[in-house]
Design a protein around this ligand. Structure first.
Ligand SMILES: Cc1cc2nc3c(=O)[nH]c(=O)nc-3n(C[C@H](O)[C@H](O)[C@H](O)COP(=O)(O)OP(=O)(O)OC[C@H]3O[C@@H](n4cnc5c(N)ncnc54)[C@H](O)[C@@H]3O)c2cc1C
Length: 444
């Protein structure tokens, strides 16, 4: 039987392991941590459960596909579709509930922001066509294969390039709205891959289609079930996981990867897949191999600072699973994160509350708040000082938008900052990394 080695048991690593197993390989996954899931992990503290990283679930059919590779095994994974994607708040009291249904979104957005229905409808339709034109290239095909660039889908996308918004920034595209709040709402989608709307191209306007076209979903019992259910399936179908075994080297011979080295041994494989960030893959595991310099020098995405708060009483009916409290000065916020590499004093605050859906995630009468702001990666800033300041600013923002004093409710706290994200998963200065890196010297 041919053997495959996967470095890293993040979602990309587990998915690759399942696909290789399905093709008949004997698969071993090497993971530096003592758990599977990478960024998609969870913690329990003082009776609260918190998903640590991802909180928004889109494109669930991609997870279904993995489960259905092995129809003889019962999947313990299920999810619901949310009617409302997100609740948005501004300091002047404006509240907007973003419906997943296209027509409902248009109606409510038009009423809330006194914006023309036709303009909003047209924007969502453009988002849909951009998504459909490019999804094959960005989401379904490998950018590391020449065949991708000569495929029919790619040629179709190139022919339609003028329609894709490639030559404007996302913010410029979103100026189509007269109401700056709606521009801000759609600018937010740049952050879905850790970009700034003032720098990222307008093609990112395809992302809203994921929410307002296809929908947002919630896995029963939280995001962690995605990685856990796939891990359980992988174990059932015979994938071997070697935890606490960090890979230190990829061994190769004439441009072909032939195995790996860890502190515990040397392992040969017919296929080697790196699921870790491309930067440390080359810098640490392939030290003597020629680097793809341009790729490694690309600007890193933003990272995140997250407070996990428990103790908050269950009295905020205006909040839902996903909530955004917008900064009053969005351009300044991104300038601070991307150019000044620090935090802005009026941050946009994202609050995710899974106990709204899964009551068992918090003690009776309480809620588990995952409170996140976008942040620069770790460039050696004084994080202790920045975290203390950010905590104050976040509380001020929540108090202003929700007309409350949240600080007196917080009895449990856990904090994850960009240093922790980097340390836990080896993703260099970022939290959104190139997923499932297939390094170019490896045959597949
Ligand atoms: C705070 C936060 C919020 C996010 N929110 C969302 C969201 O709402 N929706 C969404 O879709 N995405 C979100 N993301 C992005 C999403 O989490 C990632 O895209 C995804 O989890 C990446 O999976 P991965 O398998 O590619 O990488 P990772 O999960 O980083 O997995 C890499 C694995 O490799 C292991 N590893 C690294 N080096 C070695 C080594 N030398 N030897 C062995 N193992 C090694 C790591 O320990 C890790 O387990 C968020 C990310 C973060 C951090």
């Amino acid at each position: 039987m041919s053997t495959a080695i996967v470095i890293g048991s993040g979602l990309g690593g587990i998915a690759t392991a399942l696909r290789l197993r399905h093709k008949g390989y004997k698969v071993t996954v090497f993971e530096q941590n003592d758990y599977a899931g990478g960024k998609l992990h969870a913690i329990k503290k003082d009776g609260y459960r918190f998903d640590l990283g991802p909180s928004l679930f889109t494109l669930p059919h991609l997870v279904d596909q993995l489960h259905s590779l092995f129809p003889d095994h019962n999947s313990s994974f299920s999810y619901i579709k949310k009617d409302i994607g997100c609740h948005y708040f501004w300091e002047d009291g404006t509240i907007f509930k973003a419906h997943s249904d296209h027509a409902d979104f248009v109606t409510h957005a038009s009423d809330t922001f006194t914006e023309s229905k036709a303009v909003i409808n047209n924007y969502l339709n453009t988002s849909k066509s951009r998504y459909n034109l490019t999804k094959s290239l960005f989401l379904e095909k490998s950018l590391h294969k020449w065949s991708t660039y000569f495929s029919f889908d790619t040629i179709k996308a190139i022919v339609n390039a003028p329609l894709l918004g490639l030559f404007n920034t996302l913010n410029e595209e979103n100026k189509v709205f007269r109401n700056p709040k709606l521009t801000q709402l759609f600018n937010r989608y740049a952050t879905y891959n850790g970009s700034s709307p003032y720098q990222t191209p307008g093609i990112m306007s395809m992302i809203p289609h994921l929410e307002m076209g296809i929908g947002t979903f919630y896995p029963q019992n939280g995001m962690h079930r995605i990685s856990q259910s796939l891990y359980e399936l992988a174990i059932e179908v015979g994938v071997e996981f070697r935890f606490r075994e960090s890979v230190t080297k990829i061994n190769y011979n004439h441009n072909k990867a032939i195995g790996i080295t860890t502190p515990l041994g040397v392992y040969d494989g017919d296929i080697i897949v790196s699921n870790m960030d491309i930067y440390p893959t080359y810098k640490k595991l392939l030290k003597d191999y020629p680097e793809p310099v341009k790729t490694l020098e690309q600007e890193r995405s933003s990272s995140a600072l997250i407070f996990y708060w428990g103790g908050i009483e269950n009295e905020y009916s205006e909040l839902d699973l996903h909530n955004i409290l917008f900064s009053e000065d969005y351009p300044a916020e991104f300038d601070y994160i991307f150019n000044k590499k620090t935090l802005f004093n009026d941050p946009t605050v994202y609050i995710n509350i899974t106990s709204k859906e899964t009551k068992a995630d918090a003690p009776a009468g309480c809620e588990n708040w995952f409170v996140m702001i976008n942040a620069p990666g770790d460039y050696g800033q004084n994080w202790e000082e920045m975290i203390t300041e950010a905590r104050k600013n976040i509380i001020t923002k929540i108090n202003k938008c929700l007309n409350t004093d949240i600080s007196k409710h917080i009895s449990t706290e856990h904090i994850l900052d960009p240093r922790g994200i980097e340390k836990n998963t080896s993703s260099y200065r970022a939290h959104y990394m190139v997923p499932q890196v297939m390094i170019n010297l490896l045959r597949f």
